[in-house]
Write a protein of this length. Sequence first.
Length: 268
Amino acid sequence: MSRIALKLPGKVALITGAASGIDKAAAIKFIENGAKVLLADVQDHLGKSIANDLGPNATYIHCNVTNEQEISSAVDHAVAQYGRLDVMYNNAGIVGTLAPTILDLELQGFDRTMEVNVRSMVAGIKHASRVMIPCQAGSIICTASTTAILGGMANHDYAVSKAAVIGLVKSTAAELNQHGIRVNCISPHALPTQLAVNFFKKYLGIDDEKMIAEMTHNMWEFKGARCEAADVAEAAVFLASDDAKYISGHNLVVDAGFTCFKRLNITP
Ligand SMILES: NC(=O)c1ccc[n+]([C@@H]2O[C@H](COP(=O)([O-])OP(=O)(O)OC[C@H]3O[C@@H](n4cnc5c(N)ncnc54)[C@H](O)[C@@H]3O)[C@@H](O)[C@H]2O)c1
């Protein structure tokens, strides 16, 4: 009988934002692939219950990513519990102000979005590097978005924060490659997690979550497939694994080509 090879055997991963959505899916896939995972979030009840369901290779820790000390402690906790940190997945994020125009954008809200979506990832990379550099190995993954690639798909603060993540990844990859540490990001297209549902609820004034989920899925058609959290999680498993040992500074876009092309509307 053939057995499917584990892609992350024995690897230790810290995943932020793991109580919900994409990172919850990633925690599940990482464990299925043989990793030990420290799930970090601010939704403690949910996070603990997910870690519990995932079994002995999952642990939950409270970590507000806007607090550098809490990120530092989460990294230290991973090392204390499992002996090292192989993968840091900076995923926690918020949708931001939802200001519909630049004139509506309150700069305090802009700062808050940058704090949660960008500053947190700077701290995540900093503290993961602190423990990875002595090992001269590691994989750091950050979550960006297709809204960073094409304008007009989200409120400015959110889109700008995600564009900054791509810049951060390239800048830090350039330094950390000298230590055998890879830094990459993943840019998912829209998928109906709590974050996206909240976005459309507020943006369009619609309350029906089922309708919003359907609408989100239909924003881009790819024959036979829809963008699911598990697709993004698979991309993360790849970047975390040794299969990606020569990939760094990359933005892996999970959008079935949405940001790659425009079709010419030619009819005979
Ligand atoms: N869903 C989409 O359409 C989509 C598309 C592209 C990128 N993204 C990005 O994916 C990432 C995950 O979002 P999601 O869609 O899974 O949404 P989600 O709301 O399901 O998950 C986000 C998680 O981040 C946590 N979080 C928020 N603020 C935090 C903080 N200060 N400290 C710790 N944890 C915090 C939340 O509690 C939640 O569990 C985000 O960075 C988001 O910007 C989402």
